[in-house]
Design a protein around this ligand. Structure first.
Ligand SMILES: C[S@@+](CC[C@H](N)C(=O)[O-])C[C@H]1O[C@@H](n2cnc3c(N)ncnc32)[C@H](O)[C@@H]1O
Length: 399
């Protein structure tokens, strides 16, 4: 059974690459996913997708604003993916959610579900979606997916537990058309035990990255930045107490934990992000320098043959926004197994117990408990905020 897949907000193709790699066989029949069409409004991103995913059919990637896309005219599909933009759901800063510029973009995904009625869909967003608009945005999106005709399974996937050398937590929602009468089950994370997690050293060194690899340009640092980095031990950041006074950063506002943070070679990397100003390019554990895009792509599990198109900043954005292909593969393979009737190990989804109540009451357990928990949630979110890169103006450098 071949599922032809359409995708909105396709990015460079992290999720699609995972989908391409996912294949299962039952009684001689192959179950797999094939790219049919994709849309994104960023030129360089579309070029990356075309170059790596569908070089023979570049016209199947429609580059343009989704708000101007004629959804009814797109070819028929069996599967649909949409990693709707997460800017307004991020934990840090003002969380505008549904009222923000990008919040309503998910509605174009709902339009595709209603018009094309794919057999299944997969949607992705940052963990912060759960708390945007005090949980209202998340529930509204889930309700609309359900009303469009799908049994949905939202879950917070911790990608380091799925073989990705990076601590990356994302909400992924899988929907199965109600006509099939079953609900997707979350595949059990194969690497629950932290001793089995892939480390950043493994990702960057096994095998070593050839000097002439794609997207492997080094950043030229100011000598004072190099000097400061030399004082920061692996796993520590710009606030490390051992940095001499004259090399310290002069900072207005929040002290983000990922500023000039060096990787810990013996643990998964911290989250690779696509934006952020000075000091947020992720820093090597041995060498006093920022990672190259290829190194960040390794942490995202992109193979070395996958070439990102565009300038250095454009590529940094593409790498950081993608779903790690290896993680996507595990989830999509579980979808294929479900359709093939092949059993697999499962675990309960994060909202399993409360999902039907969330959909019918429009409230999560957290906001059913009332505002007393609001402050606590805010504190928890602050803790989690190293997931999102800070805005440039939040860090002022004296060096
Ligand atoms: C989080 S990324 C998706 C990454 C993708 N799922 C992957 O795995 O590679 C979101 C994408 O939405 C695109 N985007 C944002 N606003 C858009 C709009 N109005 N129309 C079309 N694409 C848009 C961005 O250019 C970005 O590539």
């Amino acid at each position: 059974m071949i599922f032809k897949k359409g995708e909105l907000f396709c990015g460079p193709g992290g999720l699609t690459l995972g989908a391409k790699m996912a294949k299962v066989e039952k009684d001689g029949e192959l179950f797999k996913v094939e790219h049919a069409w994709a849309n994104d409004y960023d030129e360089a991103t579309c070029e990356t997708f075309r170059h790596n995913i569908c070089p023979d059919n570049p016209e199947t990637v429609i580059c343009g604003d989704v708000r101007k896309l004629d959804i009814t005219n797109l070819p028929e599909i069996d599967a649909f993916a949409f990693g709707f933009p997460c800017n307004d759901y991020s934990i840090i800063g003002e969380s505008k959610g549904l009222e923000g510029e990008y919040g309503p973009l998910y509605t174009y995904g709902i339009k595709v579900l209603k018009h094309h009625k794919p057999k299944w869909f997969i949607a992705e967003n940052v963990g912060g979606l759960e708390s945007a608009n005090e949980g209202q945005a998340f529930i509204k999106i889930l309700q609309e997916m359900e009303e469009a005709g799908y049994n949905i399974t939202p879950h917070l996937y911790k990608f380091q537990e799925y073989g990705v050398p990076q601590s990356r937590h994302r909400i992924i929602i899988v929907g199965i058309h109600k006509d099939f009468g079953w609900t997707f089950k979350v595949p059990k994370a194969p690497f629950k035990d932290s001793s089995s997690w892939q480390t950043s050293r493994q990702a960057l060194e096994e095998p070593p990255i050839p000097e002439d690899a794609f997207n492997h340009e080094f950043t030229k640092h100011q000598s004072k930045v190099i000097e400061m980095l030399e004082y920061i031990p692996p796993g520590e950041n710009a606030w490390y107490e051992g940095i001499p006074e004259h090399l310290r950063l002069n900072v207005k506002g929040a002290r983000m934990s990922n500023i000039y943070k060096r990787l810990d070679p013996n643990a998964p990397a911290y989250t690779v992000t696509g934006s952020g100003g000075g000091g947020t390019h992720m820093y090597h554990y041995n060498e006093p320098r920022a990672l190259t895009s290829r190194e960040r792509a390794r942490l995202q599990t992109f193979p070395d043959w996958f070439e990102f198109i565009g300038g250095k900043e454009a590529v940094r954005k593409q790498v950081g926004m993608a779903v790690p292909p290896d993680g996507a593969k595990v989830i999509i393979e579980a979808i294929l197994k479900s359709f093939a009737g092949i059993e697999y190990e499962t675990e309960s989804s994060k909202w399993e117990e409360e999902l039907s109540e969330m959909l019918s009451t429009g409230k999560t357990k957290k906001n059913r408990k009332g505002s007393a928990t609001k402050q606590k949630n805010k504190e928890e979110n602050k803790e989690k905020n190293n997931d999102v890169a800070p805005k440039e103006e939040q860090v002022e450098f004296t060096i």
